[in-house]
Ligand binder design. Structure first.
Ligand code: C2E
Ligand code: MG
Ligand code: MG
Ligand code: MG
Length: 291
């Protein structure tokens, strides 16, 4: 039982508190300290325009370099942050950090916009709108540089509230993007009613679109739907050139994925972008001709 003893010294039975393992409690404490001590980092993954290859923006993705466990993926600690309320300070930190970085890049002549992911709790946080106004002011960033990525599931919880918040943000000039489109409780009414600027076709559809007629149909349908509603369409998880080419042929506006670049720390993003300029990939050669 030693391994199952919680921090309070009491034996924790799996059936009683299935999620309260000592490891989990340890991780919660570590995450709290990492947020407080500013030890989380943002990596940035380019959103590339098709077919020109121009870098239209970047998505900020949080990384936690744990002192003993090494790099922990957000898939493991974002849910933990959501369950413990730490997602609020984490969300605030991510917005602050991404806006500052965007400002720094702009000053260096790197004219990219930045997208920040919001959890459902962030969207329903009363402080979200005032916090964003304050952070925009403090960082000297323009609202138009910021895109907020929210999921359909985040809006499902309280659609009326989500709509009010997104309308406020949109009126401030901030862009709104629907992340992982098609995987949540999709409702076309959201696209009709919400002030959305962008949809991101989920990676699960993009991944198999060359081999699966069904996936291809879904990807093409989302591209057409997005365009008919005047939205920009981004394909997530593009891992090869052939997929990028096909998306370009279908008229998809932007693509993101390992084919172009993984999420990179800021200096490496700047170097990657500079390298593409040099090799002319932004002057029409973004996609090599198909064989
Ligand atoms: P997401 O917003 O849908 O981000 C896309 C995920 O796909 C990222 O995983 C990215 O690294 C990964 N990815 C990008 N290109 C490829 C590719 O070509 N192939 C494959 N297999 N994967 C690719 P990551 O960084 O592990 O983030 C996972 C999720 O964690 C994100 O999904 C987002 O929902 C959440 N997340 C990340 N950062 C934040 C944050 O600052 N705040 C909140 N609330 N959530 C975040
Ligand atoms: Mg995202
Ligand atoms: Mg996504
Ligand atoms: Mg995702």
């Amino acid at each position: 039982y030693a391994a199952k003893r919680g921090r309070l010294g009491r034996v924790l039975y799996a059936s009683e508190l299935p999620e309260c393992t000592p490891q989990r409690l340890q991780l919660i404490g570590d995450l709290r300290r990492a947020i407080e001590e500013g030890r989380l980092r943002l990596h940035y993954q380019p959103k590339v325009a098709l077919p020109t290859g121009e870098v239209a923006g970047v998505e900020a993705l949080v990384r936690w370099n744990h002192p003993t466990e090494g790099l922990i993926a957000p898939g493991r600690f974002i849910p933990l942050a959501e369950q413990t309320g730490m997602i609020r300070p984490l969300g605030r930190w991510a917005l602050c950090s991404a806006l500052r970085q965007c400002r720094t890049w702009r000053e260096a002549g790197i004219g990219v916009g930045v997208a920040v992911n919001l959890s459902p709790c962030n969207l329903h946080d009363e402080q979200l709108v005032p916090t964003i106004s304050e952070l925009l002011e403090a960082s000297g960033a323009s609202p138009g540089w910021l895109t907020l990525e929210v999921t359909e599931t985040a809006m499902m919880e309280d659609p009326a509230h989500a709509r009010r918040v997104l309308e406020l943000l949109h009126e401030m000039g901030i862009r709104v993007s629907i992340d992982d489109f098609g995987t949540g409780y999709s409702s076309l009414a959201f696209l009709k009613e919400l002030p959305v600027d962008e949809v991101k076709v989920d990676r699960s559809f993009v991944r198999d679109m060359l081999g699966s007629v069904r996936d291809a149909s879904i990807v093409r349908a989302v591209i057409d739907l997005g365009h008919n509603l005047g939205l920009q369409v981004v394909a997530e998880g593009v891992e090869d050139g052939e997929t990028a080419h096909q998306l370009a042929r279908w008229g998809c506006d932007l693509a993101q994925g390992y084919h172009f670049a993984p999420p990179l720390p800021p200096p490496r993003f700047a170097a990657w972008r500079a390298g593409r300029f040099r090799s002319g990939e932004e002057s029409g050669g973004g996609l090599a001709p198909l064989p």
